[in-house]
Write a protein that binds this ligand. Structure first.
Ligand SMILES: CC1=C(CCC(=O)O)c2cc3nc(cc4[nH]c(cc5[nH]c(cc1n2)c(C)c5CCC(=O)O)c(CCC(=O)O)c4C)C(CCC(=O)O)=C3C
Ligand SMILES: [Fe+2]
Length: 332
């Protein structure tokens, strides 16, 4: 449908393919370390942290849930053009996918990134990945990255549904008083400050998305935005508080139940299933704090429909060159 609709009187761009751009993840135990090396190359992530994260993946058989989720999303999409899939850090690598697109004669593709927000890691780096892949492929198609969708009604509706469902899983007497705790991937404070055209966009967009979801949840309840999955060298400050510290503080000050809403992610990938479903859950059990985790957007029908809706919008202006700059590299 996407290519035929019009919006605001302007014809939608004619894309002849859709490229789903994602992070990538290991699919077997032997993939885990080479995948992690790809992720952290030049980023100064301590070896210790890497081995810890390796253990998270090996605990799940060396398989990241993210690839399955990309495949499920692609299978669910209702678009009238061929759909391709390429990743930053693992097979299928973007460059190989772009080569295939060129061979298939694709001229102009829309790119849908599995990340809804501004920041170097969640936006600019995908733009760079696409540019690098195109530069390596003679005759590569034009690739237009679709806009950020953190406040799109399709994304919001999916998160609202999933938050309501999580709320319903809490025991009855405490459900009414449950607090909403939204989580997103922590990033270095320096990266957060330079995100978006005017700075601070990562956190501002997350707050906006959280507010839109919270407004649709019955009970006019308090909510917070906190952070998870901190990485990097310990001396570099990242966004805080961490979700687990926050749960302890909430418990200490009398909060009776919590719904965790991973608003910063679009699918239940490793950081969600480990840092929330293993770590935060174990903490909540220890504290005796009823906790229920909302599903991510995943293949919710409104989220899936959003992708075609984004393709039907007028072509987005490219991000200004100054927004979401790359962090200073830590050579190692
Ligand atoms: C903002 C953001 C998103 C959300 C936007 C988006 O979705 O793109 C995201 C997503 C993801 N992050 C992922 C995995 C990892 N992220 C790492 C490390 C890092 N993430 C960062 C930021 C983000 N990351 C940053 C600033 C680092 C430090 C190193 C660097 O500056 O790049 C590391 C290294 C080990 C460690 O955690 O220390 C891993 C393994 C996976 C795949 C999970 C799976 O396999 O299911 C996904 C979807
Ligand atoms: Fe990450």
């Amino acid at each position: 449908m996407g290519n035929l609709t019009h919006e605001g009187g302007r014809a939608a761009p004619r894309y002849d393919a859709l490229l789903v751009v994602s992070f990538g993840g290991p699919e077997k135990p032997d993939d885990v370390m080479p995948f992690l090396e790809n992720v952290v190359r030049g980023r100064g992530v301590p070896r210790e942290r890497l081995l810890e994260v390796e253990a998270h993946y090996q605990r799940f058989g060396g398989v990241s849930p993210i690839n399955r989720q990309c495949r499920d999303l692609i299978a669910a999409l209702d678009v009238d053009v061929p759909v391709y899939w390429g990743n930053r850090n693992w097979h299928p690598f973007l460059e190989d996918t772009v080569r295939q697109m060129a061979a298939d004669g694709v001229r102009k593709a829309a790119a849908f990134a599995t990340s809804a927000y501004s920041s170097y890691s969640s936006c600019r780096q995908y733009i760079e990945d696409i540019a690098r892949a195109r530069a390596a492929v003679p005759g590569a198609p034009e690739i237009v990255k679709l806009r950020h969708y953190f406040d799109h009604p399709g994304f919001v509706a999916a998160m609202v549904d999933h938050t309501r469902q999580a709320l319903e899983r809490l025991p009855e007497p405490r459900r009414e008083r449950a607090r909403l705790v939204f989580t997103a991937h922590s990033i270095p404070i320096s990266m957060a400050k330079t995100s978006g055209p005017a700075g601070g966009a990562y956190e501002a967009e997350l707050r906006r998305a959280a507010a839109l979801v919270a407004a649709e949840i019955p009970g006019d309840r308090p909510w917070d935005l906190v952070w998870q999955s901190r990485s990097g060298p310990p001396h570099i400050p990242w966004l805080e508080p961490d979700v687990c510290d926050h749960l302890e503080a909430l418990h200490a000050s009398g909060t009776e139940a919590v719904v965790l809403v991973p608003i910063g992610f679009v699918s239940d990938h490793m950081e969600v299933v480990y840092d929330l479903d293993v770590e935060a859950k174990a903490l909540a059990e220890r504290l005796g704090l009823p906790l229920s985790r909302a599903a991510t957007a995943g293949t919710h029908p409104r989220f899936v429909a959003m992708v075609s809706e984004l393709m039907a919008e007028p072509e987005p202006a490219p991000c200004p060159a100054t927004c979401c700059p790359a962090p200073v590299r830590h050579p190692r």
